[in-house]
Design a protein around this ligand. Structure first.
Ligand code: ATP
Ligand code: MG
Length: 256
C-alpha cells in the first residue's frame, strides 16, 4: 500500500509544486512507483510534469466529484517516470460543488483507495489555502511535508497550518502526522537564512528534514520545458538535493 503525503503550506510561492514534482521524479529515480496528485486548480504540477492542462479528458475535478475514477484520469509523466492525476482551473468549481455531496472531506481519500496498491508513494500538491481541497488532501494522507523558505516571515502562518493539521488529526484522520519541514530556496550566503534555519532546528528538532534544497536557477527554468528539474539537469545542485530528499523519504517510510 502506498504511503500518501501532502505537500502543503497555505503561503503562496514557497516551493510546494517544485517540491512535489521533483520529489516525485527523485523517487522514480530510486525505482519507487509514484503517483502525483495535482490538487491545485493552477495546474502547475501538471504542467511541470509535462502534461498539457488544457483539454484534459478527465482530471482531479471529475475524480473529486465522482464522475471519473483515478485509473481513467491519470496520465504518465514521460520525462518524470511517474503517474499524474492532472488538474486545471475546473477544479476551482469543485470547492463549491462538493458542499452538497456526502462525505465531502473524504472524496480524495476514497478515490485513491482504489489505486493505492499500485504505488509506493502518492504525493499531493496542495493549493496555497486551507480550503476544502486542502482538507481533502489532509484527510487522504499519512503525513504532511511542509516546504519553507528560511526568511523572517517563514514562521508566521506556520501555527495556522499546524493547528489545522492537529484538528484534522483529532477529528477526521487519526493517521495524519507532520512528517517534516523542508528548507527550500536556501541561500547559505545569507546570515538570515542560517539564523532561521538554526531556529527551525531548535524548535522542531527531528521534524526538520536533514536535506536542504538550495536556491537553484535550473529548478526554476525546468517547468517552462515541461520537465522536472531532476530530469532537466540531473547534475545541478537543485536536482541532486531533491534526489537526496527522495532517499531521505524512502528511509523515513521504513520507520513509519
Ligand atoms: P503556489 O502557492 O502558487 O502553488 P508553490 O508553493 O507551489 O506556489 P512553486 O511554484 O514551487 O511554489 O515555486 C514558486 C517559484 O519559485 C517558482 O517560480 C519556482 O520555479 C521557484 N522556485 C521554487 N523552488 C526553487 C528553488 N529551489 N530554486 C529556485 N527557484 C525555485
Ligand atoms: Mg504550487
Amino acid at each position: 500500500m502506498a504511503k500518501i503525503f501532502c505537500v502543503a503550506n497555505q503561503k503562496g510561492g514557497v516551493g510546494k509544486t517544485t517540491t512535489t514534482v521533483n520529489l516525485a521524479a527523485g523517487l522514480a529515480k530510486l525505482d519507487q512507483r509514484v503517483l502525483l496528485v495535482d490538487l491545485d486548480p493552477q495546474g502547475n504540477a501538471t504542467m511541470g510534469a509535462g502534461i498539457n492542462k488544457a483539454g484534459l479528458k478527465a482530471s482531479t475535478y471529475e475524480v473529486m466529484l465522482g464522475t471519473a475514477d483515478v485509473a481513467a484520469a491519470r496520465q504518465r509523466s514521460e520525462p518524470g517516470h511517474f503517474d499524474v492525476l492532472p488538474s486545471n482551473r475546473e477544479l476551482a468549481g469543485a470547492e463549491v460543488e462538493m458542499v452538497e455531496l456526502d462525505n465531502r472531506e473524504r472524496r480524495l481519500k476514497d478515490a485513491l483507495a482504489v489505486v493505492d496498491k499500485e504505488y509506493d508513494f502518492i504525493l499531493i500538491d496542495c493549493p496555497p489555502a486551507l480550503s476544502m481541497l486542502t482538507l481533502n488532501g489532509l484527510c487522504a494522507a499519512h503525513g504532511v511535508i511542509i516546504p519553507m523558505q528560511c526568511e523572517y516571515y517563514a514562521l508566521e502562518g506556520l501555527s495556522d497550518l499546524v493547528n489545522t493539521i492537529k484538528k484534522v488529526h483529532a477529528n477526521l484522520n487519526p493517521d495524519l502526522k507532520i512528517i517534516g519541514l523542508l528548507r527550500v530556496m536556501f541561500d547559505p550566503r545569507m546570515t538570515l537564512s542560517q539564523q532561521v534555519s538554526a531556529q527551525l532546528e531548535q524548535h522542531f528538532g527531528d521534524k526538520v528534514f536533514k536535506t536542504i534544497i538550495p536556491r537553484n536557477v535550473r529548478l526554476a527554468e525546468a517547468p517552462s520545458y515541461g520537465v522536472p528539474g531532476v530530469t532537466f539537469d540531473p547534475t545541478s545542485k537543485g536536482a541532486q538535493a531533491y534526489i537526496a530528499f527522495g532517499a531521505e523519504m524512502v528511509k523515513r517510510i521504513k520507520k513509519m
